[in-house]
Design a protein around this ligand. Sequence first.
Ligand code: PBG
Length: 426
Amino acid sequence: MATTLFNASCSFPSIKVIDCKSYVGLRSNANQVRVASLPFATSQRRSLVVRASNGHAKKLGRSDAECEADVAAGNVPEAPPVPPKPAAPAGTPVIQPLNLNRRPRRNRASPTVRAAFQETDISPANFVYPLFIHEGEEDTPIGAMPGCYRLGWRHGLLQEVAKARAVGVNSIVLFPKVPEALKNPTGDEAYNDNGLVPRTIRLLKDKYPDLIIYTDVALDPYSSDGHDGIVREDGVIMNDETVHQLCKQAVSQARAGADVVSPSDMMDGRVGAIRAALDAEGFQNVSIMSYTAKYASSFYGPFREALDSNPRFGDKKTYQMNPANYREALIEAREDEAEGADILLVKPGLPYLDIIRLLRDKSPLPIAAYQVSGEYSMIKAGGVLKMIDEEKVMMESLMCLRRAGADIILTYFALQAATYLCNQKR
Ligand code: PBG
């Protein structure tokens, strides 16, 4: 493990191990040692280190043979004495050392040793940055998510994307705040080719063609009922009819240039239907990241405030999963795999590490974790109240998601965490 090292476009020396043929160099140090950075075909593989020309060849007067002869004759040169044992505080009990074969602390004894044996690493390349957009010109702060804004799609959004790219985050996911007047019970604005999301995708792709754009596929921001699907008179969320709408939504997003469409609605059969709909329209290369195990969680509260997308009645328990369930995640994962999902997502993140690990162990597909709004806001609030160290808790929570098995992490901390990684001294 632990081959994922840092590879961001920031001013920080990096080492990358893709396979044994590639080598990415270190910046020059005081002795001007440089390491070349070109991939070589196996037949051409050779040492890439170019030696410094100064330093090591100095003459001090005596030959190696003379030095060796001195030592052989018993004239051993002096070295500093063995250092004394550091003193323990007065009162420390004097005891016989425990007779232990294994002392795991040996492998944690210094920063160098710890770095050598670190099993998991994290880089800005692992982050997907969720961004809220709206029709306005201004960026409006989101009360329940300190540091997050509803970004103006034409201005604030582009600036935020530029900042993220500067620290190596080149993947985003878009969440629109849709004007109330455009919402209806069947969420038809979701597949308006000139709606906020498709328009924004076109603008972003025009400015940043290599940006990877994920989109959310679900009706809730467009539904006057605030549900992810069409609501029948008796309150039932209609599955197959909703899937029909989702297919149109996904195709509209793909047409605008989305790279990865991400159904977060939890309707049955939507991955297969969306795959077929995309393929029928010629979007064979558009990926599907399925919200495979999305739980009916109270951690989504701040997000729903951000988009004003709270369900107008009831809850989402007939389609999102019961937080008490573990095995059920496997049923969802099997279906999504069979239906052609490219990435499986678990949501929320930190409270559901066991589910991330389950899918990591049971599926060969890449795994995504969504560190949701409530997780983000709790860390922010704890930081503001000085109850925790926000930055350290942020980095630890992200590392834990990686350790549990997430390849990518959707996180509102993407910019902040990537900036931290770029500034970190190694
Ligand atoms: C909507 C959707 C939700 C989130 C992502 N997509 C909210 C919900 O299901 O109610 C939540 C994200 C977050 O809380 O950060 N389909």
